[in-house]
Design a protein around this ligand. Structure first.
Ligand SMILES: [Fe+2]
Ligand SMILES: [Fe+2]
Length: 308
């Protein structure tokens, strides 16, 4: 349910938000089921079961040096970028919390989700320190600057939030898992597989929320999907050297335009069966047409990226 911002809004915006509010209330029983399903499917894991603490050394006794790291440079860039993305959790939590009413199932989900996401940054950070993958000062300095920059993606309403998070959770899952696979190091693979499993369940939840909203309110959900998928970018555009990070991660075959098109956008659009939907309002029809053109648009992005 939406928080009321009526004082600042035009009558048309108020009508639009009222209609979204009704849709969110209408799908609450589904969300309750999805949350129950999520609790059943998610398996709690503990980073202390995975990380080899016996290999740890005090930094005051043995200083960090680059040669202590055995991972390839592109894997290190991916790991650090994934960590900084996870570090931004307070901003994601706040963004969702702003859009929902307290006390209901939406808040229950947001808190559960936050508790799971919080484990990701902690476990990744422990790994990077313990295995001496990076200079610990750099890890902390980068965290500080990313946190200070914050993450302020503009969402007009909760429909846009859910359209974005469905794609973002899937993208994060792909990115963690492929980083683990490219690392060729069993501990990091195990750690990132656990994180990716969480991200997958988050993705399944948000994807189903979007399906339910497409069912009750396709006229407003389609434009929200269109806007968010066309403007999609991973949270982190505020990081130092973000372009370099993105290029390195794409060139390593971890996450680039091809993975985004083939492993995120195409599966999502097929699942939602956007092509089979029948809508009457012209803005929704336009949004549907544009969404269906997205694959072609991404073909050009893939071609451009791979040409270099
Ligand atoms: Fe995460
Ligand atoms: Fe997640």
């Amino acid at each position: 349910m939406l928080i009321d911002y009526r004082t600042k809004l035009s009558p048309e915006q108020i009508r639009s938000l009222d209609s979204i509010k009704e849709s969110l209330t209408a799908i609450e029983p589904t969300v309750k089921e999805l949350l129950a399903q999520h609790r059943l499917n998610s398996k709690r894991w503990y980073s202390h079961d995975i990380l080899p603490w016996g290999r740890g050394k005090d930094f005051s006794e043995v200083e960090w040096r680059e040669e202590q790291n055995s991972l390839r440079p592109e894997v290190v860039v991916a790991l650090e970028t994934n960590l900084l993305t996870e570090d931004n959790l307070p901003y994601y939590h706040a963004q969702i919390e702003r859009m929902i009413e307290s006390g209901g199932v939406w808040q229950e989900w947001n808190r559960r989700w936050t508790s799971e996401e919080g484990a990701h940054a902690a476990a990744l950070r422990d790994y990077l320190y313990l295995l001496r993958v990076m200079d610990p000062r750099q890890i902390e300095d980068n965290r500080r600057s990313v946190m200070e920059a914050g993450f302020d993606r503009e969402f007009a309403d909760p429909l846009e939030v859910f359209a974005y998070t469905a794609a973002q959770e899937l993208a994060t899952r792909v990115s963690h898992l492929r980083t683990g696979q490219k690392a060729e190091e069993p501990i990091v693979l195990q750690l990132l597989s656990n994180i990716a499993r969480d991200e997958n369940l988050h993705f399944v939840f948000y994807r189903a929320v979007v399906s339910a909203l497409l069912e009750v309110n396709p006229e407003q959900m389609l434009p929200a999907i269109m806007k968010q998928l066309y403007s999609f970018e991973m949270p982190g555009a505020g990081m130092d050297n973000f372009e370099f990070r993105q290029t390195t991660i794409a060139n390593a075959g971890i996450y680039g335009a091809r993975e985004h098109r083939d492993m995120v956008i195409i599966p999502l659009l097929r699942y939602w069966e956007i092509d089979k939907m029948i809508v009457r309002a012209p803005p929704a029809q336009k949004a549907q047409e544009r969404i269906l053109r997205l694959e072609k648009v991404l073909d050009r992005v893939v071609e451009k990226q791979e040409r270099g």
